[in-house]
Write a protein that binds this ligand. Structure first.
Ligand SMILES: [Zn+2]
Length: 104
């Protein structure tokens, strides 16, 4: 009998191993773009991070995301990614709403 295991990945922020489903995948595509992969199916080098701002700030401060993706990430891109990562973090609703008003 095979036990069905959920795929697990390490968060680039807190560095804890968690189920893939609880995390966001960030991918560097073959064209060099860094995007949030909500489907989990994009090709490219991926990094996983928890759905929260704490992990994101850690990854940012220690440049772990850049290291994981082997790609430098600028401030603007970081902000975009941050919004994507924390969008499901209900505790941060006010902040994403604040920034959300000016984009689009
Ligand atoms: Zn984390």
């Amino acid at each position: 009998m095979k036990q069905k295991k959920l795929p697990q990945r390490m968060c680039v922020g807190c560095q804890e191993i968690k189920n893939k489903k609880e995390m966001v995948r960030i991918v560097r595509t073959p064209t060099g773009e860094v995007v949030i992969d909500l489907t989990g199916k994009k090709s490219g080098r991926g990094a996983y991070i928890c759905h929260n701002e704490i992990c994101f700030s850690k990854a940012y401060k220690e440049k772990r995301l850049e290291k994981a993706l082997k790609q430098p990430i600028g401030g603007e891109l970081y902000e975009q990614l941050r919004l994507g990562v924390i969008q499901d973090d209900k505790s941060k609703v006010t902040e994403s709403a604040r920034i959300g008003t000016k984009s689009r």
